[in-house]
Design a protein around this ligand. Structure first.
Ligand SMILES: Cc1ncc(COP(=O)(O)O)c(C=O)c1O
Ligand SMILES: N[C@@H](CCCC[NH3+])C(=O)O
Length: 410
């Protein structure tokens, strides 16, 4: 996490106010050492068990960050042809790429097969048929796991629950065995394992344990039918501490809870996203105006909901820190963006010093689903991204220009 030294807020050994001056704002800023530590924690938790840690690149697909993780030995969890493309460009070994998603198109399936990815996490009977047909056409056998929806209901925002009955994800628990028996009949399909991803920002281990127990029952029945499941993939979902009073389980706690459910010879795959990159990245913004309106104080910043949509979309909480601490009295303030929508806020009713105009704030823990979900809404060019490594900084994405807004128009 960023920390204060004296009155200045730092990431690693670099003052955030210096980053703001050098790269302008708003800018996403990442700590390299935090990314490495977060990933290494998963590797350590896996220990000597055979398996893969596949970074869910939907959380953050910056090429430099992907390359860093690929170099550390990560695999990739992808959800579109575009993500597979990015991962290949970032030097991920294709044999460590897994591919989930309810709506894989024929073009994407063919691209994935030709790229020789590790396996598809198949989400429906219809998708199984499509993959089998395309695999036959191009004469490349498709390796698969089924994504099973185990019907558990973790305590998280309803928009990001994926393993509950009635959501669009995976094959319902009750139909799992039927799916494996169907796949066994397909000539162009090789069954490798079983997958489940129950949702995101989950802080209770119990939901994962419950899902694992249900998956284990399916594994038993499927294997009794002569189908060997070499890999068990638990997806991602481990939450992070956005608020001081939240307590996130460590990868070690999560993984050591799941290991005993399965035989020792099972290979594991995990697909963490948020728990690797969220607290390694932050959004550095400038206060354009401070104003009092209708008896309320507002800090209006140069970042809007187009740059970080999580507060708008999920009423997500991100702690906001001043980049320079002052002795000014703290006041209850809304931190908002410049977009023409009332839902354009970064934080409401925050106790903050009433930072001067031109001063900077840090919206913390924004490395996951931050830049990745940004858009050009209100014709606002996409932001710059900077990686901090010790006392050095490196631009890893240029700030887009007005001309870029028109790039693909004809
Ligand atoms: C299939 C799959 N795997 C992994 C993830 C990563 O989840 P998280 O960022 O919560 O770790 C997601 C996103 O929720 C997903 O859909
Ligand atoms: N975008 C969500 C998480 C979605 C998880 C993807 N399956 C968030 O910011 O919290």
């Amino acid at each position: 996490m960023p920390q204060f030294e004296g009155n200045d807020l730092y990431i690693e050994q670099v003052k955030l106010s210096d980053i703001a001056k050098k790269y302008k704002t708003s800018t996403y800023v990442y700590s390299k050492s935090k990314i490495v530590t977060n990933f290494e924690n998963y590797k350590k938790a896996l220990g000597s068990r055979e398996g893969l840690i596949c970074f869910a690149c939907k959380t953050n697909s910056n090429g430099t960050i992907l390359k860093l993780l690929a170099k550390l030995g990560a695999g990739a969890d992808t959800t579109s042809g575009g993500e597979i493309y990015r991962c290949l460009k970032a030097d991920f070994d294709p044999s460590k790429i897994v591919y989930a998603g309810v709506g894989k198109t024929a073009e994407e399936i063919e691209y994935a097969l030709k790229s020789r990815i590790f396996m598809f996490n198949v989400e429906s009977f219809e998708e199984l048929d499509a993959i089998d047909k395309i695999a036959a056409k191009i004469k490349i056998k498709a390796k698969i796991a089924f994504r099973i929806n185990p019907h558990v209901d973790p305590d998280t925002h309803s928009y990001i629950i994926t393993g509950k009955k009635g959501t669009k994800f995976g094959i319902p628990y009750e139909e799992a065995v039927k799916a494996y028996l169907a796949a066994k009949q397909k000539k162009n399909i090789e069954i490798l394992g079983i997958h489940s991803h129950i949702g995101s920002q989950i802080l209770d281990i119990d939901s994962f344990r419950l899902a694992a127990q249900k998956i284990k029952k399916i594994v038993n029945i499927v294997e009794k039918n002569g189908i060997k499941l070499e890999y068990v993939n638990f997806g991602g979902g481990l939450g992070v501490e956005y608020k001081k009073d939240q307590k996130a389980p460590s990868p070690k706690q999560l993984i050591s809870e799941l290991f005993p459910v399965f035989d020792e010879n099972k290979k594991f795959i995990f697909e963490p996203g948020r728990s690797i990159i969220a607290n390694a990245g932050h959004l550095l913004v400038k206060v354009i105006y401070r104003k009092i309106s209708g008896g309320k104080s507002f800090l209006i910043t140069d970042a809007g909901m187009n740059d970080l949509i999580r507060p708008t979309l999920y009423e997500a909480y991100h702690e906001i820190l001043p980049v320079k601490m002052t002795n000014d009295k703290k006041v209850k303030t809304d931190v908002v963006g410049p977009i023409c929508e009332s839902g354009d806020f970064m934080g409401k009713d925050r106790m903050l010093p009433f930072v001067e105009q031109g001063g900077y704030l840090l919206i913390t823990c924004a490395g996951a689903y931050g830049f990745a979900m940004s858009s050009e809404y209100n014709s606002r060019p996409l932001l710059a991204e900077v990686l901090v490594n010790g006392d050095k900084t490196m631009l890893i994405r240029k700030r887009a220009k007005y001309e870029d807004l028109l790039l693909n128009e004809v």
